[in-house]
Design a protein around this ligand. Structure first.
Ligand code: PHE
Length: 447
């Protein structure tokens, strides 16, 4: 077998893995989920979930990947060749394709809104007009398909170039841009008149608002945000050299991802409060429905509007490349395909799967309101693949690393290149605490 490609440097890996983690989940899903779940109270639960369950699972996925040097299917199979564990690997590969399909639709919106921001579509806009504009935008089927195709094409282009020459190279270029724009946005938002009320809402946890629902939402958000539960981090870990220190790399990725989510809150809440808008009433449309009105009103908004949508697009792109990489790695490792062929074909297939999501926001009434379940196709796909499948996958990886591969062996793999003083604590978390808490999330998804 050909030698496996590797990341060129530790910083390259950290930027690529945090690029996967940092995405629409941080900038779009986190603020509205926090807004709907009591602001500060949610933030508190979220930070706890990252430390107690997401970080241990991240370490488990990275060490499993580095040990086996395989995609998720190959990784499970290398240790336990059974239909059950191969099935868990396949679930990850399919989830990558399916999350890519609906995620690219929203990513396409960021490209469309960038164009709108640059071409002055927000000038003099009222909240009603903004909602109308968004409604018309998502209901235009050809426009949706074109934007989606542009996004998937960019993703395929980068993945086809390989690990160090594609994913790593572009992450090194895009991630510093992302951090730079984020800081600019942060300063702009915090210096708006009336920003203080937003900061207060965000930082004052009202513990009476913490319910089982808050905790479940926080845990689910932590998996999605750290790209866990479908083998993204197994796959990215498989390109790690034996000299890399897994605990410190995992710590960096979790830290950067969390820092960006927290910053997104510091951008969105002051901006909403400065306009007297209550974040608790906002839904998924918050970025596209409300922010254009703010950009039109705020000083230098003509500059920050386009910048903001570039920020979203970059964050989404470094995540979609990791989603595509999982099925691509599977076809390369298990089926012997070339990288280019795998990237093009799977990219095209994901485009086909994306069409129902792209048409579900208006043009096709059947898809916008599926019979029986009363929700649109995109949000159904988000629930099945972005929530349910990731939680199942994270549960299975904790069980696999804890009991089948055995946590002691994972610790030995980690210790090849670094100390791991926390090993006893990590073993308790991965064997007992994570599986139990994840089971609670899974039950919660159906309540
Ligand atoms: N972590 C990404 C985000 O926050 C989404 C993602 C999930 C990417 C699962 C890869 C795998 O937007």
């Amino acid at each position: 077998m050909a030698e496996r490609s590797n990341w060129g440097s530790k910083i390259g890996f950290i930027l690529a893995a945090s690029g996967s983690a940092i995405g629409l989940g941080n900038l779009w899903r986190f603020p509205y989920t926090a807004g709907n779940n009591g602001g500060g109270a949610f933030l508190f639960c979220y930070l706890l979930s990252v430390i107690v369950i997401a970080l241990p699972v991240l370490i488990a996925e990275l060490s499993l990947g580095r040990f086996t040097q395989r995609n998720p299917v190959g990784a499970y199979q290398a240790i336990r060749d059974s239909w059950l564990w191969k099935g868990v690997g396949y679930l990850g590969v399919v989830s990558g394709l399916m999350i890519l399909s609906f995620y690219s639709v929203v990513a396409g919106w960021t490209v469309g809104y960038f164009a709108k921001a640059v071409s002055g579509h927000f000038s003099g806009i009222t909240p009603e007009k903004a909602a109308e504009q968004f409604g018309g935008f998502v209901a235009n089927p050809w426009l949706q398909i074109v934007l989606l195709t542009i996004f998937i094409a960019m993703t395929v282009y980068i993945v086809a170039k390989g690990i160090s020459g594609g994913i790593e190279k572009y992450s090194k270029l895009l991630m510093p841009m992302l951090f730079g724009i984020l800081l600019l946005m942060l300063v702009r938002s915090l210096t708006l008149d009336g920003a203080g009320a937003g900061i207060k809402f965000y930082l004052t946890p009202d513990f009476s608002k913490i319910t089982a629902g808050t905790i479940i939402a926080a845990m689910g958000q932590a998996f999605f945000s750290l790209s866990l539960g479908m083998g993204t981090m197994i796959t990215y870990g498989s390109y790690l050299g034996k000299q890399e220190k897994i605990p410190s790399a995992a710590g960096w990725v979790a830290f950067l991802d969390t820092a960006v989510a927290v910053m997104a809150g510091f951008i969105v809440f002051p901006a909403l409060f400065s306009q007297g808008i209550n974040p608790a009433d906002q839904g998924t449309g918050v970025m596209f429905n409300i922010l254009p009105v703010l950009f039109d009103k705020m000083p230098l908004g003509f500059l920050f509007g386009p910048l903001f949508f570039v920020l979203l697009a970059i964050a989404a792109l470094t995540s979609t490349i990791s989603l595509l990489e999982v099925p691509v790695a599977y076809y390369i490792d298990q089926k012997g395909w070339g990288r280019k062929k795998a990237a093009y074909i799977i990219g095209a297939v994901s485009l086909l799967f994306a069409i129902p999501s792209a048409l579900s926001q208006g043009p096709v009434p059947f898809l916008s309101k599926l019979p029986l379940i009363n929700r649109d196709f995109l949000s159904l796909w988000d629930f099945i693949w972005g929530n349910l499948s990731l939680s199942i996958g994270a549960f299975m990886v904790a069980i696999f690393v804890g009991y089948i591969w055995k946590s002691k062996k994972a610790v030995a793999e980690i210790r090849i290149s670094s100390g791991f003083n926390w090993a006893p604590l990590w073993e308790i978390l991965i064997k007992f605490i994570c599986p139990i808490l994840i089971l609670l999330i899974l039950m919660g998804l159906f309540l």
